[in-house]
Design a binder for this molecule. Structure first.
Ligand SMILES: C[S@@+](CC[C@H](N)C(=O)[O-])C[C@H]1O[C@@H](n2cnc3c(N)ncnc32)[C@H](O)[C@@H]1O
Length: 189
């Protein structure tokens, strides 16, 4: 159930959830505030789902957007600009993007240090920055992370989350708290 609805969404219910125009829209303002995107930015959205944030970011900022998801059905739903792939093995050349976002997907990534290392590799070493919106441990068992979903992913303390980018070779990282149930990891190469 968790897999079908959230970890690798597929099926009619998943298409309805991730095709909705406001799915996870609570995450958009803190992510956009951290990335400060403009028309000369190239954004990669990892775990893009149905591509709703991709479209929002493009419309709001004029940036170019690529999405990546390991669910082929979500890639189809997201449409042009979305590609199939794994966060831990990004199918892009070094330095291809100026910004990386990820919304409610990091929780499911099995090897976060490897994924962050890949984000670092595909980011422009000078201008690159990333913003990852993830569910905080305080949300365990709430509507934001109900059981059994809460047992299927990874929660990190603020300290653990801030440390992961350093393990992956990113130089600066900071954890923000947009709300009590969420963490925003912001980092630079
Ligand atoms: C809960 S959904 C969120 C989708 C979208 N970001 C949103 O806010 O609507 C998590 C998404 O991350 C994708 N995902 C999870 N683990 C992934 C991985 N290792 N590589 C690529 N995509 C992944 C899933 O397929 C799913 O579409």
């Amino acid at each position: 159930m968790t897999d079908r609805i959230a970890r690798r969404p597929h099926g009619r219910a998943a298409r309805e959830i991730y095709g909705a125009p406001d799915v996870h829209s609570f995450a958009w303002p803190p992510v956009l505030e951290a990335l400060l995107l403009g028309p000369d930015d190239r954004l990669l959205d990892i775990g893009c789902g149905g591509g709703v944030f991709m479209r929002h970011a493009r419309e709001q900022t004029g940036c170019r957007v690529t999405g990546l998801d390991h669910s082929r059905e979500m890639v189809r739903l997201a449409g042009p600009g979305a590609v199939h792939g794994e966060a831990e093995k990004l199918p892009f050349a070094d330095g291809s993007f100026t910004a990386v976002s990820s919304i409610v997907a990091f929780f499911f990534i099995r090897d976060p240090v490897r994924a962050l290392g890949e984000m670092r590799r595909v980011l422009d070493p000078e201008r690159g920055r990333l913003a990852i919106f993830t569910t905080a441990p305080e949300a365990k068992g709430t509507e934001a992370a109900p059981y059994p979903l809460a047992t299927r992913g990874h929660f990190y303390t603020d300290e653990e989350l801030a440390h992961l980018p350093r393990e992956a070779g990113l130089s600066r990282s900071e954890v923000r708290r947009p709300d009590p149930w969420a963490q925003l990891l912001v980092a630079q190469p």
